[in-house]
Design a protein around this ligand. Structure first.
Ligand code: DAV
Length: 382
């Protein structure tokens, strides 16, 4: 008997066969809450604004997401889509209340695929507490279709006020970018360590090694939880001091194929943390500059979505169609570039990588870092 569905993916570059592409339907700008407040820049037009996004922007985003899904299908990749719910509903638990949810454009933030497992993350945004529901029909389907699929959920966080530093960034005056960068360098974020909190998009999967960004959305306790949850993996903590709003590793440090990563030149990986890459003959090159001076309106992310690409195999990469510098660099690095128009979807939760989550990539769990060196381990090397 042939099996239609296989859940298996160990990295971001082996041949992609099956993927989830998000949808923009009913997406909302969430109301004020500690983690969201810290992510929205002080000068953003989104400050203080919340509610459903304008319909014409939803339609424009969906058109591009649908186009991207079709393009992947035309290359023989199976594409599934989430089931959006009415995100414009309040969320209430015994520990907190908030008046709206967010959306399901970026499955990458919620779903972490590691081998035959898809793990729903323990997200730190209260408005994203129930986002996994949009993926429940697909998870349930895969569970029935693939007898080896491990359908997993990280501990549900409580997200009481204890999970956030009080008045972070809001003292007598709003924190300046310089003050913010100092805090980031000191690894002092709005989130505390009282419980594991993480977004799946902070995890860069590289076979036996998981490199996890410590930042606004992911704490050290989550890394310790991941290390116990994935006992056959090595979990590494990385951080990028030049990023004033460090959320998600995929606009900062992006692998293109075994032995090659691009790194955001404004968010350089510290020397100490580069050692493991150097010792294992990995090259880290500065990513190209973004083509745009500003992100589109009502967008949470920075212009560095330019490097937020989807690798289809070791030689082929999807890059946003207006990102001319990034496309040119990919070409020079020996990749075939597929331009994908997606900028109208950016405001809904990110770029080309963000709007996808892996279900199946061919390939096995390789050991790309046989030489382990101190610098990133969350536990001492054994
Ligand atoms: O640079 O704003 C965006 C990552 C979205 N998943 C940035 C990070």
């Amino acid at each position: 008997m042939t099996q239609d569905t296989i859940v298996s993916s160990w990295n971001d570059f082996d041949p992609l066969r099956h993927v989830i592409v998000g949808r923009a339907d009913h997406c909302c700008v969430p109301p004020s809450e500690p983690a969201v407040d810290d992510k929205v820049p002080v000068d953003s037009k989104m400050k203080g604004m919340w509610g459903p996004r304008p319909l014409e922007t939803v339609e424009a985003a969906n058109e591009q997401l649908d186009g991207f899904a079709k393009l992947l299908e035309s290359r023989g990749i199976r594409v599934d889509r989430p089931t959006p719910i009415q995100w414009n509903q309040a969320v209430s638990t015994p520990d907190f209340r908030t008046f709206s949810m967010f959306g399901c454009m970026p499955p990458r933030d919620v779903l972490l695929t590691v081998g035959n497992e898809i793990l729903s993350a323990a997200m730190s945004f209260r408005c994203r507490y129930f986002e996994y529901l949009a993926y429940w029909p697909l998870m349930n389907q895969y569970f029935r279709e693939d007898p080896n699929f491990r359908w997993e959920q990280a501990p549900r966080p409580r997200l009481t006020d204890e999970s956030y530093r009080p008045n972070y960034g809001m003292g007598k005056h709003a924190m300046t970018i310089e003050e913010r960068l100092e805090k980031v360098a000191a690894k002092e974020f709005v989130t505390t360590e009282v419980e594991p909190m993480f977004d799946a998009a902070d995890v860069m999967r590289m076979g036996k090694d998981l490199f996890v960004q410590h930042g606004l959305t992911t704490n050290r306790t989550a890394m310790e939880w991941m290390q116990r949850h994935f006992p056959n993996h090595r979990v590494h903590a990385v951080n990028f001091p030049g990023d004033p709003y460090p959320i998600h590793i995929d606009a900062t440090f992006v692998p293109l194929r075994p032995g090659l990563c691009i790194n955001n030149p404004h968010r350089k990986m510290p020397e100490e943390q580069r050692k493991i890459f150097a010792k294992n003959d990995w090259e880290i090159v500065d990513a190209a500059m973004p083509a745009h001076d500003n992100p589109p309106p009502l967008c949470y992310s920075s212009t560095w979505l330019s490097m937020n690409c989807l690798v289809l195999d070791h030689k082929t990469v999807c890059v946003e169609a207006s990102e001319v510098h990034q496309m040119e660099q990919m070409d020079k690095l020996g990749m075939e570039v597929i331009p994908v128009p997606l900028r109208d979807a950016y405001a809904f939760g990110g770029g080309i990588h963000c709007c996808t989550a892996d279900v199946y990539r061919e390939g096995t769990c390789e050991d790309y870092f046989p030489v382990q060196v101190p610098g990133t381990q969350i536990r001492p090397v054994e």
